[in-house]
Design a protein around this ligand. Structure first.
Ligand code: NAD
Length: 447
């Protein structure tokens, strides 16, 4: 029975997985090549913001089930199951995924494996990666045949990572073609995920390529749904219709559903944008590029929302940003996260600054990351500070504290009461009643 787990790569996914698996009762070692991250995690200090994760981390450090290391020797010696959770970002200047980190992790681990173990890939990878890695492991592991690879894509959402890890919608595993190895992988993973299976979580056993495709097709679908409603927002703007009413009316249709149907500034983050691009690139390599040409549109609709937001802000300022002051509320790619990877909010803020405005940004959790990524922006310590003296205020990430803002309080600090709601998060009536010129994406302008 598998009891000793290791997690390779302790970022958003890996740190969450390691802490949650320890919480289920396993002994776990998390490994990362980033020494500072390992030092912080070892001290019970989460290097990123994720609601509810720090107590799980601390409790399992204290009870001794969880520890962290930078030593591959240590985890190879220790682990019955090794979860691969390293990053798979977009290659610079290309659509394809950069698999350097996955390859490096396997290259580091495989030659050290001297006891039977299961390696479980959780990173999001292009279809075909697991097969390639399995061959590599078979070549490099000294006890070849005793190291089996499975693929177990991860569906957690930042902001709900603990809940999603402990109570997933479904568990998907991709197993090797060899029946003995496949049965072994399934048995071990059924034991690891026993509490979830006992709770009735669907458990889908597939081959490697199907399991890899489940993840990227799920993200392609979600991205498409967001871009669909944002395309409707474009039409609503042209037709003087209201996309929020439209999406509410659509949402009551069970076949459509209301999730991922909020029109606004579109998607960003470390997953959806790079995953749909990598999916297109991989389909092209496989000769199936025509199947996914619609994803190019999905990507373009998404990027057009950012451009539209900048245009609307410029328009509200009478046609130019030069010498004007803009307050930006939000930097994270979505609320309840400090992740600023491909953040629509930061993208818009940087673009407006590039066009001559003074831009002051505030985000409840992502300030450090935002400062690191965009040092030329100005940062305020609160929403009121960011809005001080602004000729227009832009709401770009729908944190609850922004939704709940008092229009009168904000109105007292700005130079002009112009607000652009990039997330359709505010009540237009309330803001207009307080004297604001309120505009939003996909909604008619009220004179
Ligand atoms: P991340 O950048 O937060 O973490 C990746 C970690 O891997 C970093 O800490 C990095 O130092 C470490 N790393 C890199 N090379 C290494 C190596 N050779 N050995 C050990 N550690 C190494 O990324 P993330 O958001 O956690 O994403 C990881 C993977 O999970 C990606 O494939 C992503 O697409 C997928 N995923 C992420 C989420 C999410 O919400 N963040 C959800 C589902 C799937």
């Amino acid at each position: 029975m598998a009891h000793r787990l290791t997690v390779i790569g302790t970022g958003y996914l890996g740190a969450t997985h390691a802490a949650c698996m320890a919480d289920l009762g396993f002994e776990v070692i998390g490994l990362d090549v980033d020494e500072r991250k390992i030092a912080r995690l070892s001290a019970g200090d989460l290097p990123f913001y994720e609601p509810g994760l720090e107590p799980v981390l601390r409790r399992n450090l204290e009870n001794g089930r969880l520890r962290f290391t930078t030593s591959y020797d240590e985890i190879a010696e220790f682990g019955d199951v090794h979860f691969l959770c390293v990053g798979t970002p977009q290659k610079l200047g290309e659509y394809a995924a950069d698999l350097t980190y996955v390859d490096e992790a396997v290259n580091a681990l495989a030659p050290l494996l001297r006891r039977p173990c299961l390696i479980v890939g959780k990173s999001t990878v292009p279809v075909g990666t697991a097969e390639r890695l399995a061959e590599r492991i078979a070549r490099r592991a000294p006890a070849a045949g005793d190291a089996v690879l499975a693929w177990n894509p991860e569906f957690l959402r930042e902001g709900f990572a603990v809940q999603d890890t402990l109570h997933p919608d479904r568990i998907v595993i991709g197993v090797p073609g060899d029946q003995g190895a496949a049965d072994h992988a399934e048995k071990v993973l059924r034991a690891v995920y026993a509490p979830m299976l006992a709770a009735g979580t669907p458990f889908i056993v597939a081959d490697y390529p199907t399991s890899e495709l489940v993840k990227v097709s799920a993200n392609a679908f979600l991205a498409t749904k967001i871009s669909f409603i944002n395309a409707m927002a474009e039409v609503c703007e042209a037709a003087h219709a209201d996309v929020t009413k439209l999406s509410e009316a659509l949402s009551y249709d069970d076949r459509i559903g209301g999730k991922f149907l909020g029109a606004g500034l579109g998607f960003g983050g470390g997953c959806l944008p790079k995953d749909i691009r990598a999916f297109m690139a991989r389909a092209g390599e496989l000769g199936a590029d025509q199947a996914l040409t619609f994803l190019r549109e999905v990507d373009e609709i998404n990027i057009r929302r950012r451009i539209r937001m900048v245009d609307l802000a410029r328009h509200q300022l009478g046609g130019s940003f030069i010498g004007r002051t803009v307050g930006v509320l939000g930097a994270a790619f979505k609320p309840n996260s400090d992740d600023i990877r491909d953040s629509p909010a930061l993208d818009v803020a940087a673009s407006i600054r590039g066009q001559g405005a003074t831009v002051t940004v505030y985000d409840p959790q992502a300030m450090d990351n935002a400062r690191g990524a965009q040092p030329d922006l100005t940062f305020g310590g609160s929403a009121l500070e960011a809005a001080k003296g602004a000729h227009v205020v832009l709401l770009l990430t729908e944190w609850p504290e922004f939704r709940d803002m008092d229009p009168a309080e904000l109105g007292a600090v700005v130079a002009e009461k112009n607000i652009l709601d990039g997330r359709n998060a505010l009540d237009p009536e309330r803001w207009r009643a307080a004297g604001w010129n309120y505009r939003a994406l996909g909604r008619p302008q009220v004179p």
